[in-house]
Every structure is written in C-alpha cells, then in structure tokens.
Design a protein around this ligand. Structure first.
Ligand code: MN
Length: 245
C-alpha cells in the first residue's frame, strides 16, 4: 500500500473523523516522507435528530449548538491552520490537541472546541440501553467505588467549573479513571496545558450555550439530566481505545 493511501485509510488526513490520540504514530509514519496535503476539518453529522435528547436537551439548543457553535470552532480552526498540518505533522484533531501550546490561542480554543463537541455528541447520544459494559463497570467500581460516586464527582466538577468549560471522565496513562474539569475549550489531551492530562472518555459541556435556552441559570438541573443520558456503549468504545494506547 502506498504511504499516502495508508495515511488516508488510517484517518490521519484531517477529516476530523480521527478522534482518538495517535501521538507519535503519524510522526513515525511520516518520517522521511513528503507530507501529504492537508484537508480542512468539516462538521461531523450529529447521528440522531435534534429532538432526540428531549426533554434533557431541547431541539433548538441541539441545532444551534451543532450547526452554529460547533461549526464556528471548525471554521476558526481551519482559518488558524491556514491549510497546513499543525506543527508540520499533526493531521488528526486529537493529535493537534495533544501538541497545542498555551500561547497558541486560536488553535487551542478551536481544536479543543472541535474535538470536545465531536465527542460530546457521541457520549450523550440517545439510547435505550443504559447498561454499562462489564469491563468498564469493573474499572468504575475499582476507581470510584460505585457508579453513584462517579456521577457525584462528575456533577460536582461540572457545577463547580466557574464560567465556561467542561467536566471530564478521563483515563490516566497508568490506566485508572479520574474526574477533572477544564476551562473554556481545553481538554485532558492538552498535556502541556492541563493539570491532569489523559484521554477523556466522557465529558459534559457546561458552557451556557449548552443549556441556557431551556434551563437558564439552572446548570445543576442540566447536569443531572445529562448524567441520565450517557451513551455507555460510546463511552466504553472511547475507554477501549484509550487503554490500547
Ligand atoms: Mn458547546
């Protein structure tokens, strides 16, 4: 297989579809080879109807959040990258997050915005199956004692985030799970910026744009509703990829 074909197959060519870290991987692949052309990021489909999460999240909030807010992060990220792979080697959105530096505000805010929202749509997707795969349940019990305690920590982290930001469930590099919070559009992949780096497997957007139409100032009610709409199969898929790194 030609190198360029392989890179396309591996999803490294900037489509925005590659959402898990590939730190180092693409750099090795690219060593000694001319860089392929960069493809601008584009808005991924939501995967379900805008009203699918009602009453937890209303349809208008979902539509504006997806087509306006998420799209704006993508547009600004593409503008900041100006047709180039980030730092000359990073094509995937997770890889860009992992490499971003504190003073690179346009990429920091908008690569974070694109990654965070792309994953959020998957993690809160509507589902009638609320069961947690056994391997993940075992890990949760080991690290938090119970699902109830995990949800309490997530709720506290989300409620206590001052201003805009996210609360996260993240896999540490040693394999254990932890809950944390980041401001703005930072995320735990941004190892140079966050106190507790790792690979996020669930997150809650607590920017007011995520809930204000329906909940106004009642952030805690929105958080409680989101915690009942977790797509555990999607979270498990993120967990499985994270522990294979
Ligand atoms: Mn948002």
């Amino acid at each position: 297989m030609k190198k360029r074909t392989f890179l396309k197959t591996a999803g490294l060519l900037g489509t925005g579809l590659l959402l898990q870290p590939v730190i180092g991987c693409s750099n090795k692949l690219l060593q000694g080879h001319a860089l392929p052309a960069f493809t601008p990021f584009s808005l991924p489909p939501l995967g379900y109807a805008y009203n699918a999460l009602e009453p937890a999240v209303d349809a208008l909030t979902m539509e504006i959040h997806h087509t306006k807010h998420h799209q704006a992060y993508i547009d600004k990220l593409n503008k900041a990258l100006n047709g180039q792979a980030y730092k000359g080697t990073a094509f995937g959105i997770a890889e860009i997050c992992a490499l971003v530096e504190a003073n690179d505000a346009a990429v920091r805010n908008n690569a974070g915005g694109h990654y965070n929202h792309s994953m959020f749509w998957k993690w809160i997707a509507p589902t009638t199956d609320n069961s947690i795969p056994v391997d993940l349940q075992t890990r949760i019990n080991s690290d938090f004692g119970s699902l109830t305690e995990l949800k309490k920590q997530l709720s506290d982290a989300a409620k206590n985030r001052f201003g805009s930001g996210w609360a996260w469930l993240t896999v540490h590099k040693d394999g254990h799970l932890f809950v944390s919070s980041t401001p703005n559009q930072d995320n735990p992949l941004m190892a140079a910026l966050v106190e507790q780096p790792g690979t996020p497997i669930f997150g809650i957007d607590v920017w007011e744009h995520a809930y204000y139409l329906n909940y106004q100032n009642r952030r805690a009610d929105y958080i409680a509703a989101i915690l009942e709409r977790i797509n555990w199969q999607a979270v498990f898929e993120s967990y499985t990829l994270a522990i294979q790194r």
